[in-house]
Design a protein around this ligand. Structure first.
Ligand SMILES: [Fe+2]
Ligand SMILES: [Fe+2]
Length: 128
């Protein structure tokens, strides 16, 4: 996972956002660990919520014009995770890998897409 973070690292990144994204990627990687630990999904849910709430607070405070689409994207992730939390805790390895890969791809697209747009907006504002 570390290589993605290194590729994304720039001096202009918002540090808290970057650090939290890295933590989310690491938790998503841990879904693959055998035997499966259902607590990982709970920890991912808690940490994702913490992260989303912070981004959403920035968007509201700064009257971010693209807030609706971004909130919808966060809500979709929340729903996916919720569904996964209802999955059989004895899930087998192939499912662990596919869930982890799905979340990883989702987060990568989100971070490089609308999160990047938000970051640029925040960096251009007076409340970084
Ligand atoms: Fe984010
Ligand atoms: Fe986001």
């Amino acid at each position: 996972m570390a290589p993605l973070n290194r590729r994304m690292q720039k001096t202009s990144d918002i540090i808290w956002q970057d650090t939290q994204h890295q933590m989310l990627f690491e938790l998503i990687e841990q879904i693959k660990i055998v035997p499966f630990d259902p607590d990982i999904l709970s920890r991912l849910k808690l940490y994702a919520e913490h992260h989303f709430i912070l981004e959403e607070a920035y968007m509201r405070t700064l009257n971010y014009p693209l807030i609706e689409a971004h909130l919808e994207a966060h809500d979709r992730f929340r729903e996916e995770l919720e569904a996964m939390l209802e999955t059989d805790p004895t899930m087998h390895e192939a499912l662990q890998i596919s869930l982890s890969d799905f979340l990883y791809k989702w987060l990568k697209l989100h971070v490089l897409g609308i999160d990047k747009e938000l970051e640029e907006f925040v960096l251009g504002s007076e409340r970084k």
